[in-house]
Design a protein around this ligand. Sequence first.
Ligand code: COA
Ligand code: NAD
Length: 641
Amino acid sequence: MTVTITSQGDVAIVTIDNPPVNATSQAVRVGLMDALTKTERDSAVRAVVLTCAGRTFVAGADVKEFDTEPVPPHLPDVVAAIEAATKPWVAALHGHVLGGGLELAMGCHWRVAMPQARLGLPEVTLGLIPGAGGTVRLPRLVPPQTALKMIAGGKPITAEAGLKFGLIDALAEDDLRQTAIQFAKAAQEPRRSLSKPVTGARDENFAKVAAQLAAKARGQQSVTAAIAAVERAIDMAPEQALAAERTTFLGLKASPQAKALRRLFFAERATLNDPRCKGPARPIDRVGVIGGGTMGAGIAAACLLRGLTVTMVERNAESAAAGAARLHAVVESSAKRGIIVDTRPVLDRFETATDYAALADRDLVIEAVFEDIDVKCDVFRQLDAVLRPDAVIATNTSYLDINTIAATLRDPSRAIGLHFFSPAHIMKLLEIALPDQVSDDVVATAAKLAKRLGKIGVLAGICDGFIGNRIMSAYRREADYLLEDGASPTQVDDAMRAYGLPMGVFEMQDLAGLDIAWAMRKRRAATRDPTERYVDIADQLCALGRFGQKTGKGWYDYDNGMPVPSKKVDEIIAKARSSAKITPRRFTADDIMERILAALRSEAAAVLAEGIARSADDINVVMVNGYGFPRWTGGPITSSG
Ligand code: COA
Ligand code: NAD
């Protein structure tokens, strides 16, 4: 049974049991209506506790049902019926109280939560707005601005914050069920969220938050729809606001953006559905990180923040101190962002060393030293000499051939690529690059690590740049062709931002620095296919020392940190066009994006054909989570935008 009723004295306990996350599937909705009828009828019942079995309260509507016709009873009706009950209902909340789960809880008359519970309305991230009264009830329980942030921003709040704002009535210290029962015993008349007035008017701060959220939406319709829904909840009578909410919800549910976001939701959870990830894995508690630069410090922090123990090895005491300082800064910033409460227990699990022997007890070592094949091979050899034979050895290389690096080991089957993205403690993506000889249990270990770090692991084959960087190289090449064909850097960057990317390709290069890619192009010059079209504008910029923001000039000139189009760059581009005998043509923003996306899709097709990526869905997951492609398109391969 998905919904059962037990009792303790005159309190009925209604329990939802619908693993894995107690989604409000049809069976749950039917069960709840049935429980409501029974408890209303049963004169021995004075009050009701609504609780969930398993690891969480209801984490939302069943996303799988969104692609089919809604089947009654509908969730808004279930919530309304519970709210209308004549006996008090107390929601006992633990784990994730999200979407339809929070809407159900707000239909109850009291809410008691475990302190670790998270409460939120993340529908906006699925291209929707709450559809079961969430937008109308929440502004009656928490301040308008908080409601706006939760509904249009989609980020959950802690139970403690919920208590402070008025969404939660009490926190349960240990026994949630007993606390809720005590609450139910003491409860008098039902106290209905919808009967309360809204907590405040829409003021200037509300407008400011709304404007910030709308600006961040970058083309995602659900955000503006969510803002409008909260505004209606504040301005209109609740019945009208509820009806408008439902209409908007149903309209959005069928929209291409919501469909794309749903596909991405399941794609992100399916990346490790591969037989190689399912078998037994090796332990991963004790990690070694080689190199304490940008990536080494970020990777060490990612591990420490998730409870692992880390030893960082650097070249000498000075570099080790610099690496430790970088790591400390990342951990401290995580504390400021509220990710951890106290830095001390995290830093207690960290140490630095300059001798590889310090890694003798490590389960897994990840190298993040300079991007140079000889340096990396040398590091692998040194690791081979000191590590336990069952320890996994990983490289964070961006482009280098992992088969060559693995071949330096006596047992290459324990080598794997773990390609983190910068900043490594924040970015969700982890490309797991599989060299030819890697053993299945090493792949399973990498998959376990991805989950442990809260990252989305995507399996990739070995090639220059794996999935993401390889596709991005093709995409950058096309942007260079566009310059030579007649577009300006500003036009290309504007077109990309209008498409929904956070930044254009040229601004991005100015931010990251042009010198590293230049060095790589020089290295590859000798082996480049001479028949391939090659645009040397970037090389000319570098030859002039225009390395981007760090030198004050790059694709743009910088005036007080603001990019302005550069006459010098325009001259270089004009000369390149004339020496390539190209008559510049005009491009619209759509033309530009069409060319860039076509290049990207053609490279993606090659990546698939060569078996570098398992599926188009995996490629979309990579481009969205590693390279800022707008989520609401579902990724560039199944783009609807
Ligand atoms: N509907 C259907 N299935 C869901 C679901 C939902 N709302 N939420 C989670 N699932 C499924 C996942 O697809 C996954 O299935 P799988 O094991 O077959 O791959 C399983 O539940 C576990 O989810 P996962 O995300 O891997 O677990 P987690 O512990 O990392 O995270 C949540 C748990 C609840 C935080 C996360 O699943 C989540 O954010 N879910 C969506 C919440 C939401 O948006 N609700 C509003 C819906 S309108
Ligand atoms: P970085 O220059 O910031 O750091 C490299 C660190 O490695 C330095 O602190 C250096 O002292 C140390 N080091 C060099 N040789 C060493 C050795 N033999 N033993 C111990 N330490 C040694 O470089 P980074 O940006 O952190 O990049 C590191 C690796 O990560 C590269 O392979 C790079 O391609 C890859 N990567 C970088 C990014 C990024 O955005 N920076 C993203 C993904 C992957």
